[in-house]
Design a protein around this ligand. Structure first.
Ligand SMILES: *Cc1c(COP(=O)(O)O)cnc(C)c1O
Ligand SMILES: [Zn+2]
Length: 425
C-alpha cells in the first residue's frame, strides 16, 4: 500500500483502510505516504503540467498534489473541485498591517466558503474507500457545512453536532441546505466534540473531525498551493488563525515534507493567531509549552472559539519545527482588521481576520521585519457570518470608526440629494 497510519504517541502502524481515527492507546494518527519516485524538480514540473489539464483530479487544488495527499485514492475521489484559491495583494490591507509585501491566501473562495473543503474532499473520499455507512463531525460551523456538501455529493448520510445558538447563520444554513442531519447541542464546541466521539464509537459512524488524519492531508494543500503560486520560493512568514490547531498541524507537516522532497529549500516561520478570549495555545507558547492548557472560550470569532484544541501536540510540533510563534489578538482588533479587509473588496469572516490582525501585531512588536514576505491566510468567506456584519455596521453603539451605517430615506430624489449633499458632493 502507498500509505500507512502511524500513531504519534506509541508508534504503532495501521493500514490506510483502517477506519479507526485514533490509536487504541489514545494517540492521534498521522499519515505517512511512500515517497514519490520523482525528485523536487520533477515534482514541480509534474504539478505545473497539471495546471490547465482537464482531468478531474488535476482541476482540484487538492488532488493536483495527490502524491503528497493520498496517492492511493485513484478513481474513488469525491471532488467538487476545491482549492484553486487566489493569492491576493491589496494595498489598503498591506498598509494597515504595516507590511508592504503582504499576500493574502483567500480560502473563502472554496466551494462551501472555507478551507474545510480541502480536508473534506479527502475525508469523504476516505469514507467512500472504507465503505462508511454514515459520516459525522462536531463543528463550529464550517466543518459541518463542508461535511454536509461532500456527504451529499458522495451519497453518504451526514450527521453534524453544533453548539446550539453559537453557529454563524451562513454556516448553519448550509448544513440544512445540503441535507445533513443537524443536531443543535446544548453545550459549547468542546462538549460537541466529546459527544460525537462517543457517538462514533457506539454507532459505527466514520468520524470526520479535525483529528481525522485524512482531513489534515487535504489541508496541507493550502501551503502547497501557495508555494506553487510563489514558484516554490518560500515566504518568510505564514500567518494563520488557530482554533483546534488542525490547520496549524497541517501547515507544519506540509512544510517539512515539501522541504524533505526538495520542493522548497527553506522553511517559512509559522505564526498562529488566537482570539484573546480563546487562547490556550498562546498561553502554552508563553510558557514554553510546559503543559497543555484549556480555557472557557469566549470570542466573536466563532470559528476559533475553542478552549481545548484537539491537535495540541501536533500544533506544538509545527511551532517548534518552523521556529514559529503563537500570538493573540482582541475581538476589537479582529473586528478592525475585518473592516479593513472587507472595505478593500476582499471580505472574510471574523476568525479569518485574526491572521491579518496578528500579522500587524507581530510587525508592531518588530518580530516580523518591514521587508518580510508575509502570507496571511483568510480561512472563510465574508457571508459566513452576516450577523456579525449587521451588528458591526448597523447596530453597535457608539458606531465603530469603520462602521458603514445604511441611511433610510423617503422614496424621492430630494432625499437622495440631501444625503449626498451632506457628504459634500
Ligand atoms: C476551522 C476554522 C479555523 C480554525 O482552524 P483550526 O484548524 O481549528 O485551528 C479558522 N477559521 C475558519 C474560518 C475556520 O473554519
Ligand atoms: Zn498509539
Amino acid at each position: 500500500m502507498a500509505t500507512l497510519q502511524v500513531c504519534a504517541a506509541c508508534g504503532d502502524r495501521f493500514s490506510e483502510l483502517d477506519p479507526a481515527v485514533r490509536c487504541p492507546c489514545g494517540g492521534l494518527l498521522e499519515l505517512r505516504h511512500d515517497p514519490p519516485a520523482e525528485d523536487g524538480a520533477s515534482l514541480r514540473r509534474l504539478f505545473q503540467g497539471r495546471l490547465g489539464d482537464r482531468e478531474e483530479a488535476n482541476l482540484s487544488g487538492v488532488w493536483r498534489y495527490r502524491e503528497l495527499v493520498l496517492p492511493g485514492a485513484g478513481g474513488q475521489i469525491v471532488t467538487h473541485p476545491e482549492g484553486n484559491t487566489p493569492l491576493l495583494r491589496r494595498l489598503p490591507i498591506a498598509e494597515w498591517a504595516g507590511l508592504p509585501d503582504l499576500r493574502i491566501k483567500h480560502e473563502g473562495h472554496n466551494p462551501t466558503g472555507s478551507f474545510k473543503d480541502r480536508g473534506m474532499t479527502v475525508g469523504v473520499t476516505q469514507a467512500r474507500r472504507i465503505g462508511a455507512r454514515a459520516i459525522a463531525c462536531a463543528s463550529t460551523g464550517n466543518t459541518s457545512a463542508a461535511l454536509a456538501a461532500y456527504g451529499a455529493q458522495a451519497g453518504i448520510p451526514a450527521l453534524v453536532f453544533v453548539p446550539a445558538g453559537q453557529v454563524a447563520l451562513g454556516k448553519l444554513s448550509q448544513s440544512l441546505a445540503y441535507g445533513a442531519r443537524t443536531l443543535l447541542v446544548r453545550g459549547d464546541f468542546d462538549a460537541c466534540l466529546r459527544l460525537v466521539q462517543e457517538a462514533a464509537d457506539q454507532l459505527g459512524v466514520y468520524l470526520l473531525n479535525s483529528i481525522n488524519p485524512f482531513r489534515l492531508e487535504g489541508q496541507k494543500t493550502i501551503v502547497l498551493e501557495l508555494l506553487h503560486q510563489l514558484e516554490w520560493q518560500a515566504p518568510d512568514w505564514i500567518v494563520l488563525p488557530a482554533g483546534n490547531l488542525g490547520n496549524t498541524a497541517a501547515f507544519g507537516k506540509a512544510l517539512l515534507e515539501a522541504r524533505a522532497l526538495g520542493l522548497i529549500d527553506r522553511l517559512p516561520r509559522i505564526a498562529a493567531v488566537q482570539a484573546a478570549g480563546a487562547a490556550p495555545f498562546a498561553q502554552g507558547f508563553r510558557e514554553g509549552f510546559a503543559a497543555r492548557r484549556t480555557v472557557k472560550a469566549e470570542t466573536i470569532a466563532t470559528a476559533i472559539k475553542i478552549g481545548d484544541p484537539a491537535s495540541w501536540d501536533r500544533g506544538v510540533r509545527t511551532i517548534r519545527e518552523t521556529d514559529g510563534v503563537v500570538t493573540q489578538v482582541t475581538d476589537a482588533e479582529i473586528l478592525e482588521a475585518k473592516a479593513v479587509i472587507d472595505a478593500a473588496g476582499v471580505g472574510c469572516e471574523p476568525a479569518s481576520a485574526a491572521s491579518v490582525a496578528g500579522a500587524r501585531k507581530l510587525r508592531e512588536e518588530r518580530l516580523i521585519p518591514l521587508d518580510a514576505r508575509v502570507v496571511t491566510v483568510l480561512t472563510g468567506h465574508v457571508l459566513k457570518d452576516p450577523g456579525a456584519l449587521i451588528t458591526y455596521h448597523q447596530e453597535m453603539e457608539p458606531a465603530p470608526s469603520r462602521a458603514n451605517r445604511p441611511v433610510e430615506i423617503e422614496a424621492d430624489l430630494r432625499a437622495v440629494e440631501r444625503v449626498l449633499g451632506r457628504e459634500g458632493r
